[in-house]
Write a protein that binds this ligand. Structure first.
Ligand SMILES: Cc1ncc(COP(=O)(O)OP(=O)(O)O)c(N)n1
Ligand SMILES: Cc1ncsc1CCOP(=O)(O)O
Ligand SMILES: [Mg+2]
Length: 208
């Protein structure tokens, strides 16, 4: 399995957003360092998720980037994505691994060392850890865990830790110092006036 990219761009499909435009700006800058996670709103249909995911897979292929699908693992399989990401309300990690197969990339959400180690034992190949900082992108989240929370998880597992939640280029150094392998962002790219430049800034911070 090739090494996991450090910058995870999660699609923003809220009204008024253009996830494919953001992706087209980010891909030439980040290329194989980019992991794109196709994440749609809960009320989106499977057909909508599928149509977005197959476009994202095609774009990623041109640049050697990796495409994952959030929650809907049947969509990941249908579009031949590299894998998927599951959290507490999705398929359990062990079941997700059975669905995707042993070669797939499988991410799981964790926010403390115990559940993180369980997710890895069940087959997760990376962990999404957070929210690290306050975010307006997703509601109903628990309190941010900060770099200290990321450190506690990173010290407990031997898979890449991807920090998520309110991440900006400015917050990357502290997260990396805490043991994060990479970061996942929605707003830092989707809300950027210049997503290509924002991609370069995030990558620059990740490479330090
Ligand atoms: C990299 C990464 N980390 C965490 C999440 C959150 O997943 P989940 O807890 O299942 O919440 P939803 O994204 O499904 O609303 C993620 N998607 N990616
Ligand atoms: C899906 C998700 N899970 C935890 S935080 C989050 C949203 C992250 O978005 P942003 O990068 O805009 O804070
Ligand atoms: Mg989920």
């Amino acid at each position: 399995m090739p090494s996991l990219g450090r910058l995870h761009l999660i699609t923003d499909t809220r009204p008024g957003r253009d996830p494919l435009a953001v992706l087209r700006a980010a891909l030439p800058v980040a290329r194989a360092e980019l992991v794109v996670q196709v994440r749609v709103e809960d009320d989106a249909t499977d057909r909508q998720a599928y149509e977005l995911a197959r476009r994202v897979v095609a774009l990623c292929r041109r640049y050697g980037a990796t495409c994952l699908v959030n929650d809907r693992l049947h969509v990941a399989l249908a579009v031949d994505a590299a894998g998927g990401h599951v959290g507490a309300e999705d398929l359990p990690v062990r079941a997700a691994r059975r669905v995707l197969g042993s070669a797939a990339v499988l991410g799981a959400t964790a926010r403390e060392p115990g559940s993180a180690a369980e997710a890895v034992a069940a087959g997760a190949s990376y962990l999404g850890v957070g929210p690290c900082h306050p975010t307006g992108t997703k509601t109903g989240l628990p309190a941010p865990i900060g770099p200290a929370g990321v450190r506690a998880v990173a010290e407990a597992v031997d898979v890449p830790v991807i920090a998520i939640g309110g991440v900006t280029a400015a917050s990357v150094p502290a997260l990396r110092a805490a043991g994060a392998y990479g970061v996942a962002v929605v707003g830092a790219l989707s809300g950027a006036a210049d997503p290509a430049r924002a991609t370069a800034e995030l990558l620059g911070a990740l490479r330090c």
